[in-house]
Design a protein around this ligand. Structure first.
Ligand SMILES: N[C@@H](CCC(=O)N[C@@H](CS)C(=O)NCC(=O)O)C(=O)O
Length: 228
């Protein structure tokens, strides 16, 4: 785990892996908020997250983890809410708006991200790295589960520029990272045109490059090394 400096505000550290979609949600959020922080790369491909030192930080042995002074927080969507409330920016001001933001992020956590990740892992990451893919039967059942959730998201994005309507919020950081996972998989069959257009708009924002979003899409140079 080598610290990589990104400006550095004392106390704000993100334990992340550049190929991790859940960590990308937080990197996108921090970029949108223009927050300075210390980025600590935990290389999941090399198993750094399984080391006892890391398990002390997050007993679930996953990224991302945010540290803000003495406060330590895991779970990407909880981190997004924390950052938005801390900055009082890019988040609905009213209670009902906040509840709707949580509705979308809970929906994403329950019905989209795990499913998209499994397909992405099996069709994009595993072939590039030589790591194990899920069975075709498992993938088929995951896609069956995922499709209705994507249809709901597609219908919503056909009517709205952003998840919360007319303005960017950190709910978009969440959905941009997660929905990007379908790119180049069998799920990305052209039937989710509004999701595609949404991703085009989101990835044109400077935050995508700042957060190194392409690292979850481009595996060209990974083969054999599994290094990063
Ligand atoms: N619900 C968690 C999921 C975190 C998660 O699964 N992260 C993945 C990377 S995207 C991870 O650390 N995987 C390591 C492993 O499963 O061993 C969140 O939203 O932060």
């Amino acid at each position: 785990m080598e610290p990589r400096e990104c400006g550095m505000l004392p106390g704000m550290r993100l334990f992340s892996f550049r190929r991790s979609p859940n960590a990308l949600k937080v990197r996108l959020a921090l970029a949108e908020l223009r927050e300075e922080y210390e980025l600590i790369e935990v290389n999941l491909f090399r198993g750094e997250h399984t080391q006892p030192q890391y398990a002390k930080l997050n007993p679930f042995k996953r990224v991302p983890v945010l540290q803000a002074g003495k406060f330590t927080l895991s779970e990407s969507n909880a981190i997004l809410m924390y950052l938005a409330r801390k900055h009082q920016k890019l988040w609905p001001a009213r209670l009902e708006g906040e509840a709707l933001a949580m509705q979308w992020m809970t929906f994403e956590a329950a019905h989209i991200v795990r499913q998209c990740s499994t397909v992405w892992w099996s069709e994009r990451v595993a072939p590039a790295t030589g790591m194990k893919a899920a069975s075709p039967k498992k993938i088929a059942s995951i896609i069956e589960e995922l499709t209705p959730a994507l249809e709901v998201t597609e219908a919503h994005l056909a009517k709205h520029q952003f998840l919360m309507g007319g303005h960017y919020t950190l709910v978009d950081s969440c959905f941009t990272a997660t929905l990007s996972l379908i790119q180049g998989t069998q799920v990305d069959s052209g039937r989710f045109g509004s999701i595609s257009a949404y991703l085009g708009r989101m990835r044109a924002r400077p935050s995508w490059a700042t957060a190194e979003g392409d690292a979850i899409l481009n595996f060209d140079n990974v083969k054999g090394s599994q290094a990063s």
